[in-house]
Write a protein that binds this ligand. Structure first.
Ligand SMILES: Cc1cc2nc3c(=O)[nH]c(=O)nc-3n(C[C@H](O)[C@H](O)[C@H](O)COP(=O)(O)O)c2cc1C
Length: 141
């Protein structure tokens, strides 16, 4: 039984590149142990993350992440039972925002800014899929 979950949150001001690297490093150690894969996107203080894996593993991880003091306003954007993973190649990949085309943001939102709080979960998921397809995901395994 596989599920896919996506949420957004606002990073606290103290979160910088170093903290982001620490989160990714921790994810790459922990996620394979519980069979979770996914991608994390961080842009202008906003996190978006997709987690895929067994229902229990994904729910437990989401609850742990939601309680993390490094972010707030955690909002569930999408949750679905799935037949197959989309991000099987990454224990936790990172969207390379430097490769992001502003036109892609405009395609889905009112202005060229990543704001999952202003759009539907469906739109966020579609945007995320295209980000992964076009902006390149960094970090192997
Ligand atoms: C935006 C964000 C995303 C995170 N993603 C993950 C993740 O995918 N996997 C993970 O194990 N921890 C993730 N964490 C860290 C967890 O909240 C938590 O600190 C960590 O899992 C604790 O692991 P430990 O018990 O091994 O120290 C994330 C934290 C934040 C703020």
């Amino acid at each position: 039984m596989l599920v896919r979950l996506m949420y957004a949150s606002r990073a606290v001001p103290a979160v910088d590149q170093e903290e982001l690297v620490a989160i990714l490093k921790k994810s790459k150690v922990n996620n394979p142990r519980v069979g979770v894969t996914g991608v994390l996107c961080f842009s202008e203080g906003i996190f978006m993350q997709v987690l895929e894996g067994g229902r229990t593993a994904v729910n437990q991880l989401y609850n742990r992440i939601a309680a993390d003091a490094r972010h707030s306003d955690v909002v569930l954007l999408h949750y679905d039972e799935i037949a197959e993973r989309r991000f099987a190649g990454w224990s936790m990949g990172q969207v390379n925002m430097a490769r992001l085309n502003p036109a892609l943001l405009l395609k889905y939102s009112e202005c060229a800014k990543l704001d999952p709080y202003a759009v539907s979960g469906k739109v966020s998921m579609a945007l995320f899929d295209e980000l992964v397809a076009t902006a390149a995901v960094m970090g192997q395994g």
